[in-house]
Design a protein around this ligand. Structure first.
Ligand code: NAG
Length: 543
């Protein structure tokens, strides 16, 4: 009996060890890897955007008290209306250079809390709104080479017609930017406004406003028919912005509300030259239960669903999928491989200060072209919680820059989920050394692409190519509050590759057909070999 018992304990132990071994193996085998870039970025980035010089603008609010980095040249900011620190010698924006892994402070004056942004055709970031003295501000950042000294310029002769925080911006085919909504603002406006042009009422924004708001940071996608698809709360419309008419309403998404403070995210799936850029699908993942924001102690589980809808289909309906785990405040990133990365966030609660728990440490890959039930893949976890006020942005080298997380009103470095100043990068599996033999290198490319005009790039690969090279263009979005404004991916029509010898090839493609498919701006052009991207080159798409 004793012997048997010992045996069963031994068996149990072995089984346990075996399980541990299996779990270890599974852990070790999860795709992707993390690296800590900087232990202290000086600020917790609430808004992040990558410039066409490859530098990255990190931006927080200004009324948060002292940050961990000083303004340049001993400068100070005097703002009597700043509630926390009227005489403030610290910076609330920095410029990060991935090439040298270094940063320099920038000077932002007015409060950018919960503001919005979009790059313009010339590569300048236009940044709008915020709280307090920033409420109807318009700011510009014209990027410069990494060694330059470019900085924020706040317009003094141009203002938003309505003060806006929690609005969403989208660059339009005519080069203007539409600003959609904002807290208790149920209209749109354009920058620059035409002479005498006012705001345009959009009742959809008040119709989707509920007891916990839920209509903020609406998801705005410019779709191939020239209209805007706008999603707020659980509802969506097709909006002809030129005539200020709602021309279509879509069915409500099943499940939870998805916008701020319920904290889902959304991307327009890649548009493809293979179907004449005629099909637009929208993917929305995660969110919080209605009531999670109103009743924080309940820590209601976050949504575990994604909804996918072909918004260009006359009989569009939601197709729902279950994520491997619940997620709110997750960022969704279009990868050059045409997959979607879900990263950051939490599994319970909602957006807001101290309102979420259970960080999502594991990113998840969504592979849209895989069979149903096979699309999600759980990836290597980080150890750093990235919850409220955190960001994730694709870099031209294919990595994902992860910054911020500050679920507190002020910088707080104690207790649960402290203010996070560390900068990290996540490398998807396509960057793993084992796949290096497939990675193309672009050695020649134009700096401008003209609508519908064929262009040619030159690439080299470590070994002969055995499949068609894809040419994928990615816009550079303004990322805040788990939604990347202006994010789009265009899979160009690529023509045959021509070998030049020594694993060098020319690859020709056709630039996007028009400014509806690709508003004039700087894009990252990736050559992609069997899902493995090159480092991108920046191209300006022009008329
Ligand atoms: C880019 O365009 C914006 C808006 O028209 C303008 O304010 C800015 O000066 C331009 N930047 C450059 C570098 O030309």
């Amino acid at each position: 009996m004793r012997h048997r018992m010992g045996n069963s304990i031994l068996k149990h132990l072995l089984l346990h060890l075996g399980l541990v071994f299996v779990i270890r193996r599974i852990r070790a085998q999860l795709p992707g890897s993390w690296e800590l870039l900087l232990p202290n970025a000086g600020i917790a980035s609430m808004h992040t955007a990558v410039t066409f010089y490859g530098t990255v603008i990190l931006l927080d609010r200004t009324d948060i008290g002292a940050s961990n980095i000083n303004l340049p040249n001993g400068a100070c900011r005097n703002d009597p209306s700043d509630l926390r620190l009227p005489h403030d010698c610290t910076a609330h924006s920095v410029l990060y250079d991935p090439a040298t892994n270094s940063l320099r402070p920038l000077t932002i004056l007015t409060d950018t809390w919960c503001s919005a942004g979009s790059f313009l055709a010339n590569g300048t970031l236009m940044q709008t709104g915020g709280d307090f003295d920033g409420n109807n501000k318009i700011r510009y950042f014209s990027p410069c080479p990494a060694t330059g000294s470019c900085d924020w310029v706040e317009a003094t002769d141009q203002f938003l017609q309505n003060g806006r925080w929690y609005a969403s911006n989208q660059l339009l085919p005519d080069g203007r930017v539409i600003i959609v909504g904002g807290r208790e603002v149920f209209n749109v406006e354009y920058i620059p406004a035409a002479p005498g042009e006012g705001t345009f009422s959009l009742p959809f924004l008040s119709q989707t406003h509920d007891q916990e708001i839920d209509n903020l940071y609406p998801y705005v996608h410019l779709i191939p028919d020239g209209n805007l698809y706008i999603f707020a709360n659980r509802d969506s419309i097709l909006y002809n912005y030129k005539s200020n008419q709602v021309i279509r309403t879509y069915p409500s998404i099943p499940g939870e509300p998805r916008n701020y403070p319920s904290a889902g995210s959304s991307v327009m799936m890649p548009l493809s030259g293979s179907n004449g850029y005629s099909v637009a699908e929208v993917l929305i993942c995660g969110g919080s239960q209605f009531g999670a924001f109103l009743n924080p102690p309940a820590q209601l589980p976050a949504s575990n669903t994604c909804g996918r809808i072909t918004v260009t289909d006359p009989s569009a309906s939601w197709s729902m999928e279950i994520m491997p785990s619940p997620r709110n405040m997750g960022d969704m990133i279009l990868l050059p491989s045409r997959d979607v990365l879900l990263i950051n966030g939490a599994q319970a609660g909602s957006q807001g200060f101290g309102l979420a728990e259970l960080p999502c440490f594991n990113p998840v890959l969504y592979q849209p072209s895989a069979g149903e039930g096979l699309r999600f893949m759980v990836l290597t976890p980080t150890t750093i919680a990235r919850m409220y006020h955190s960001t994730a942005n694709l870099l031209p080298d294919g990595r994902i820059l992860v910054a911020g997380s500050n679920p507190h009103y002020y910088y707080t470095f104690t207790g649960d989920f402290p203010t996070e100043l560390r900068l990290e990068a996540f490398s998807p599996e396509y960057l793993s050394p084992g796949l290096a033999s497939l990675r193309p290198t672009i050695i020649g490319a134009p700096t401008s692409l003209f609508y519908n005009v064929e262009f040619t790039i030159t690439i080299t690969t470590p070994s002969p190519i055995t499949a068609a090279i894809e040419l994928n263009l990615l816009s550079t979005p303004f990322t805040t509050h788990s939604y990347s404004q202006g994010q789009r991916l265009l899979q160009l029509t690529a023509l045959n590759s021509v070998p030049l010898g020594d694993n060098t090839y020319t690859v020709s493609g056709i630039a996007p057909p028009n400014s509806i498919i690709a508003p004039s701006a700087y894009y990252m052009l990736f050559a992609v070999n069997q899902g493995i991207p090159s480092i991108a080159v920046w191209v300006q798409i022009r008329g």
